[in-house]
Structures are given as structure tokens and as C-alpha cells.
Design a protein around this ligand. Structure first.
Ligand code: A2P
Length: 277
């Protein structure tokens, strides 16, 4: 039986599944198989990026799944070397071709790259693409509060979503609180801390107590914090396991036990500094 994943309504009225599949670091030639199997097992959101070099495999996987396009939610992101108004417009046309889609559900500015100072014009291109109907929702990724303030002072459309690093060892509370206050949905990349939190003693003991897996405990914690997730796995049995988190809940004590695990441990780059492509 296929899993049913709830949706959340974004500030522009579109609905996004609260959990999807991330394909960061999945090789293009296996992405097709991973994506089509995930969709067949009930996943509706696939999160790729221009910089992952697997948009083509993602597109093939969507096609192979034979699932109705209207029920899928596809996210991609503008890579750093495509920032700037004209390059962004051009790059989205290329993404659409690679993905073999007529529109993209959600497109994000992948990193703010403050040293380049181009994220405002990049986002303005997304506003235009939204008007043209090539993308539905527009948003950002890896934006700190200072980047969000600067962006929202300069553009018309409030980002629908900010995708940032969040997991029990890096709870990112201030950025989350600012986004929620501003009506911006929050989505976690590396929600499992790239696997690092799955060996944590507290998580392991909660898993035992609840008769669940460590990954399910962590993903349910995100869900109850109103944080969307895109756990990555190339193994279909794990994709299914990670999606089976909607039939139980953690109590306040269990949530608190995870909330206090924060140790400001990033598994990825600092958004203020990252400028690679
Ligand atoms: P794999 O792709 O071999 O399944 P994150 O999404 O936080 O970046 O974490 C991804 C990492 O966690 C990958 O190494 C992935 O490995 C692993 N992973 C994903 N789901 C599970 C799971 N249910 N149990 C154990 N490891 C998992």
C-alpha cells in the first residue's frame, strides 16, 4: 500500500508535501531508478538542483513512474554560477528541458553568496518566471535572517519557503522563528544530519521506547516542529521507512529531549561564506 503524505499550504496558496525525497549527490544515471521507485511507493515531492547535475535523471524518473504530473511536486534550485537576471531566466529554461516538464513547482535561489551580491536580481528573475507561468512557487535556500531582510526590502513576492540545514545537532532556531513570523515555510536539508544523528544515544533510546527507527524519530520531530523535510536515500526500503511517520506522535517530553541536542554542528557550509558553484 502506498504511503499518504500530508500537504502544507504555502503563502502563495500552493500545496507542498511535508516530506519528499532529496537527491543531493545521487549520480544522474541512478537518479531515474531512485526517483521512479520513490514515486511509485507514494513520494510526491522530489528535490533536485541545477548543481546536483541530476535534473535529467530526475525527469526520466518522473516519466518512468507513469504518475500524473499534477500530483507531483518538483523542486529545483538556481546554481551559484547561474545567478544574475538573464542567466537565471536562461538556466530555468534549461532545467525545464532537462526535467522534461512544462512548469516547475518550486524554484529556489540555492545560496545567497553575499560576496557576489546578485541574489536580489536572481530572485527578481524568479518573480518574472512566476508571472510567465514557468514556475509556481518561488523561494530561497540557505538564507540567514540578514539575507532575508535585504531580499524582502527589495522584491515584491515574499519567498514561499526557505530551505536550510536543520537536524537535532543544528536546530537553527533563530532562522526558523524569523521565517515563521514572516510567513515563509521552512524546509530542512540534511534532516538526518547526513546520518550523523542516527547514532545519537538519546535518539537511539527514543527509537527503542517507541518501537520505531532512529530516522523515523528524527523525521517525526521535524514534522511536529512544522519543518518540512527531504531526507535523501538511494535505498527504496529507507525511502519507505522515512515516509512512515504519520501514524504516531512524540509526546512533549520526547520532543524536548530532542530539542536540547543542539550543538551548533553544521554538516554543510556556512551560508555567509559559501561561494562555490
Ligand atoms: P543512503 O542513501 O545509503 O540510504 P540526510 O538526508 O540528512 O542528508 O541523510 C542522508 C544520509 O542518511 C545518507 O547517507 C543516507 O544513506 C542515510 N539515510 C537515509 N535514510 C536512512 C535511514 N532510514 N536509516 C539509515 N540511514 C539513512
Amino acid at each position: 500500500m502506498s504511503i499518504l503524505i500530508p500537504n502544507k499550504t504555502l503563502n502563495d496558496g500552493f500545496q507542498i508535501p511535508v516530506l519528499g525525497l532529496g537527491v543531493f549527490k545521487v549520480e544522474n544515471d541512478i537518479t531515474c531508478d531512485v526517483v521512479s521507485k520513490a514515486i511509485q511507493s507514494g513520494i510526491r515531492l522530489i528535490d533536485t538542483a541545477q548543481a546536483y547535475n541530476n535534473e535529467e535523471g530526475t525527469g526520466k524518473g518522473i516519466l518512468c513512474s507513469s504518475h500524473a504530473r499534477k500530483d507531483l511536486f518538483i523542486t529545483t534550485k538556481i546554481r551559484n554560477s547561474n545567478q544574475g537576471y538573464d542567466r537565471t531566466i536562461q538556466s530555468v529554461r534549461t532545467s525545464l528541458k532537462l526535467l522534461n516538464l512544462e512548469y516547475i513547482d518550486l524554484i529556489l535561489v540555492h545560496w545567497p553568496v553575499p560576496s557576489k551580491n546578485q541574489y536580489v536580481e536572481t530572485y527578481r528573475a524568479l518573480e518574472q518566471l512566476q508571472k510567465d507561468g514557468l514556475v509556481r512557487s518561488i523561494g530561497v535556500s540557505n538564507f540567514n535572517i540578514s539575507h532575508l531582510i535585504m531580499l524582502m526590502d527589495s522584491v515584491k513576492v515574499i519567498p514561499s519557503l526557505n530551505q536550510i540545514e536543520i537536524h537535532p545537532y543544528f536546530t537553527n532556531d533563530e532562522v526558523i522563528a524569523y521565517c515563521k513570523k514572516s510567513g515563509i515555510a521552512v524546509q530542512a536539508w540534511s534532516p538526518l544530519g547526513k546520518g550523523a544523528v542516527l547514532e545519537d544515544e538519546t535518539i537511539l533510546s527514543l527509537a527503542k521506547e517507541c518501537n520505531l527507527t532512529p530516522a523515523q524519530i528524527v523525521l517525526r520531530w521535524h514534522y511536529q516542529n512544522d519543518v518540512l523535510t527531504i531526507p535523501k536515500s538511494t535505498r527504496i526500503e529507507r525511502v519507505v521507512e522515512n515516509s512512515n511517520i504519520f501514524t504516531f506522535s512524540l509526546n512533549n517530553n520526547q520532543m524536548h529531549a530532542i530539542n536540547v541536542l543542539n550543538r551548533e554542528f553544521r554538516t554543510g557550509p556556512d551560508p555567509d561564506l559559501f561561494a562555490n558553484d
